[in-house]
Design a protein around this ligand. Structure first.
Ligand code: NDP
Ligand code: OXD
Length: 310
């Protein structure tokens, strides 16, 4: 008897996954029937995106795992109908996409590229940037994505500090944790990257008080989640020059409403939640591996700590 795996993501995603997932199941030695429509009582595994229609897990009484296709799980962690393990997505594609997006936007601000790209009066005013070793950068969140970005930036020579919930040590990155650690991490970076999850503890991590701890004229890059930032405080900090520029990929409301002040602000770059995309060709292996592990009674990968919210 094949296992039944329900594909519970937006219907427009089906075309990307309908052949790729079965290939990965086969490669993992699994016999799986994958479909968008399976009677709930017959479902063994739920391959899930939080923006799908499925919100009530009660009828899925035989399911063994919800495998999220996204890294972020804030839309599902507090779902009280979910009583089986929940795994989030950690894979090569998300990691590589995020490293490329973060290093690109960090280098933009580090090198001061805008002054050459937007130079309508053809000014010849060389402003030589410091070498990366003289540019302190901070990464808030040292998980799968934050650590990969911190390491890539350190590899480029930047002077990198990071902040996480649990204390860490790293040869190339100065690691901070806890409330005092946040102050030190913020005081360090002239470029600050947010790669925290959205949890009750991380909301408004950047507010009027914490933005004031950053060096004057800092750059902020947020590919984490919108609620990490108090928007009014950020706009005020942009207007005083405390923050020189904010590059924002994620927002409290998405798509970003047309009347958001971020669209028109001269020192804000809006990107439409594209920093790192889950790609069927890389995440399918992870989905298959977790189902294989579940069937073999082995520990599952990337389980969410529902109490911590990530
Ligand atoms: P992880 O769960 O691997 O890492 C989260 C990090 O945040 C960990 O280092 C964790 O600390 C830290 N953290 C969590 N809570 C706190 C806290 N209260 N105080 C300090 N540090 C805290 O997540 P990922 O790296 O995989 O992803 C991070 C986020 O990136 C996702 O949750 C999602 O919101 C966002 N994302 C955005 C995308 C985009 O396209 N814009 C794409 C993919 C993800 P510790 O290490 O101690 O546990
Ligand atoms: C994710 C995202 O959480 O795309 O994976 O933001």
């Amino acid at each position: 008897m094949p296992l039944n795996a329900l594909f519970a993501a937006r219907p427009e995603r089906w075309a990307q996954y309908k052949d790729t997932l079965p290939k990965a199941f086969k490669a993992a030695g699994l016999d799986v029937h994958l479909s968008q429509n399976i009677a709930p009582s017959q479902v063994d595994y739920i391959i899930y995106a939080p923006n799908s229609e499925l919100k009530d897990f009660t009828p899925y009484n035989r399911a063994k795992l919800v495998q999220n296709l996204w890294a972020g799980v804030e839309a599902i962690t507090s779902n009280e109908t979910l009583n089986i393990p929940l795994a989030r997505m950690v894979d090569f594609g998300l990691r590589q996409g995020m490293v490329e997006w973060v290093t690109g936007h960090t280098l933009r601000h580090h090198l001061g590229m805008d002054a050459q790209i937007i130079n309508p009066s053809h000014e010849w005013k060389p402003a030589v940037p410091p070498l990366s070793r003289d540019r302190p950068v901070t990464v808030l969140g040292l998980g799968a994505l934050g650590m990969a970005c911190a390491e890539a930036l350190a590899q480029l020579g930047f002077n990198v500090a990071g902040w996480s919930r649990n204390a860490k040590t790293h040869d190339a990155i100065t690691c901070y944790s806890g409330a005092e650690g946040l102050k030190q991490a913020l005081a360090h970076g002239e470029i600050c990257i947010l790669l925290l999850p959205n949890t009750p503890d991380t909301q408004n991590t950047l507010n009027a008080a914490t933005l004031a701890l950053m060096p004057k004229g800092s750059f902020l890059i947020n590919p984490g989640r919108g609620p990490l930032i108090d928007d009014a405080a950020l706009l005020a900090a942009l207007n005083t020059g405390q923050i020189a520029h904010a590059t924002l990929d994620v927002f409290r409301v998405e798509p970003l409403p047309a009347d958001s002040p971020y669209w028109a602000h001269p020192r804000v770059t809006v990107t439409p939640h594209l920093a790192a995309e889950t790609r069927a060709e890389t995440c399918s292996e992870v989905v298959a591996e977790n189902i294989r592990r579940s069937e073999a009674g082995e520990p599952l990968l990337h389980l969410v700590d529902r109490a911590a919210g990530y």
